[in-house]
Design a protein around this ligand. Structure first.
Ligand code: UD1
Ligand code: CA
Length: 451
């Protein structure tokens, strides 16, 4: 069965107190909207329609940035969830498959759950995703009649008896697309909120002799985000699951609760992650690497056997080959470091290629930016860069070459050469002691004057 996704994302999210539309707030390094789109990927949707309202330009950009075939439709006034879905009608005219409605602010519905809903469609016309709520609060309640879903009542419109029900509506609904829009046409807004409720389609379907049922999932999947506190809770839930998945995949974490992961972090087996490491988006770590404490990685690839940190920062475009060593207070950006090379202390290497087994001394800096443009630095294999070398890019140091400590390299260094560029040292005999005496006398006379 082919599937079209309809993702509701028009709400402002007043309680977020934000200029950013709610669905664009990040959980684990990606907008909630992207999490929702990602969770439905396993169903291989033929079409994805995002219903946008508040901040629709930004929402549109995020949606198409993730999936360029996504279509964004506008809901200029937020008149309710049924009205929101109705905005997708034209985009799906003639579509023969099922429509699956998701919320852009409910990022964690699992692919397995969506699969179950899709399978349940074999026997029923309308499938609603429900969950047993520990605190049912203001959720809509599912009124079951055996296996059949009789109707959904919104909290505001529910009787005390109905409010006592703990089986709640997640908001996710699946039905044949043409049927869904027919049912929505019959939805009115005579209710406590004066809104067009998508939930009303269940009772309408039953009245038309169609069948409806619910599929249930764990409450953690249906967590919706309405405030910054819930955003943090959502992130915590994501992190907990992702850490467990990594550990089950063979990754050692000394203090998992202190490791922050992104939605797409990949870490291979037998890698060790020490405490307080942050993974920004687009990081891949191969098997058997070691990420030491307090490191921050983003847009980087770390190969087998590499050691990173403590206190290392890998920025986008960093590629570490096997058995490389990146030490404390080292920042790498857009830098390819070949096998066995070492950048152990206090360095900045940006827009650079470091050859195999090169040793970059403490305090080395690639001066890659001239204030207007960025330039490349090439460091040859088996070279030795002396401590505190400044490499003024564009510049290259050849293979098996050396630079003296403190050298400012402004010209290319050929293979096997030694470059030294610093003022020659002069020793003045006995001058240190004379200078000390002079300074002590000065201090003494100053103290006297102050008495
Ligand atoms: C809705 C359900 C409720 C369910 C709950 C789960 C209805 C009538 N009620 O209630 O049964 O328990 O979700 O969280 O469907 N949206 C639009 N345009 C609109 C209205 C809403 O795009 O005109 C979007 C919102 O941005 C949000 C989602 O739809 O992502 C849900 O809307 P919201 O107003 O939060 O619904 P609830 O009242 O929480
Ligand atoms: Ca809500």
């Amino acid at each position: 069965m082919s599937i079209a996704l309809i993702i509701l994302a028009a709400g402002k999210g007043t309680r977020m107190k934000s200029d950013l539309p709610k669905v664009l707030h990040h959980v684990a390094g990606a907008p909630m909207l992207v999490h929702a789109m990602k969770s439905a990927e396993a169903l291989e949707p033929e079409k994805t329609i995002v219903v946008a309202g508040h901040g629709s330009d930004a929402v549109s950009k995020a949606a198409t940035g993730y999936n360029e075939t996504a279509e964004v439709v506008l809901q200029t006034e937020q008149l309710g969830t049924a009205h929101a879905v109705a905005q997708a009608k034209d985009a799906l005219s003639g579509f023969e498959g099922d429509a699956l409605v998701l919320y852009g602010d409910t990022p964690f519905i699992s692919p397995e759950t969506l699969q179950q809903m899709s399978e349940a469609r074999a026997n029923h016309d309308v499938i609603v995703l429900g969950f047993e709520a520990r605190d049912p609060g203001k959720y809509g309640r599912l009124i079951m009649n055996g296996d059949s879903l009789a109707k959904i009542v919104e909290f505001k419109d529910a009787s005390d008896e109905e409010r006592a029900i703990t089986l709640c509506n997640s908001g996710v609904i699946c039905a044949k697309s043409s049927v869904l829009f027919d049912l929505i046409d019959a939805v009115g807004n005579e209710n406590a909120s004066g809104e067009y409720y998508l939930t009303d389609i269940v009772e309408i379907a039953q009245a038309k002799g169609l069948s409806a049922t619910s599929v249930t999932c764990d409450e953690s999947e249906t967590l919706g985000v309405n405030s910054r506190v819930q955003l943090a809770e959502a992130d915590a839930i994501f992190q907990a699951k992702a850490r467990i998945a990594l550990m089950e995949g063979g990754v050692t974490m000394h203090a998992p609760d202190t490791v922050y992961l992104s939605h797409d972090t990949y870490i291979g087996a037998d890698t060790i992650i020490e405490p307080n490491v942050v993974f920004g988006p687009e990081v891949t770590v191969e098997n058997g690497a070691h990420i030491r404490a307090f490191s921050h990685l983003e847009g980087a690839h770390v190969s087998r056997g590499a050691v990173v940190g403590p206190y290392a920062r890998l920025r986008p475009g960093t590629e570490l080959a096997e058995d490389t060593k990146i030490g404390n207070f080292v920042e790498l950006k857009n830098a390819v470091v070949d096998e066995g090379a070492k950048v152990n202390h206090l360095s900045y290497v940006g827009d650079a290629h470091v050859g195999a087994r090169a040793n970059i001394g403490a305090g080395t800096i690639t001066c890659n930016y001239d204030g207007v443009m960025k330039h490349h630095t090439e460091i040859g294999a088996d070279s030795f860069i002396g401590s505190n070398t400044l490499l003024v890019a564009p510049v290259s140091v050849g293979a098996n070459a050396m630079t003296g400590s403190g050298t400012v390299v402004t010209k290319d260094v050929p293979d096997t050469d030694l470059a030294i560029a610093r003022a020659p040292q002069v020793n003045k005999t006995g001058l240190a002691v004379k200078l000390f005496d002079m300074l002590k006398k000065k201090k003494a006379s100053k103290a006297k004057g102050a008495e």
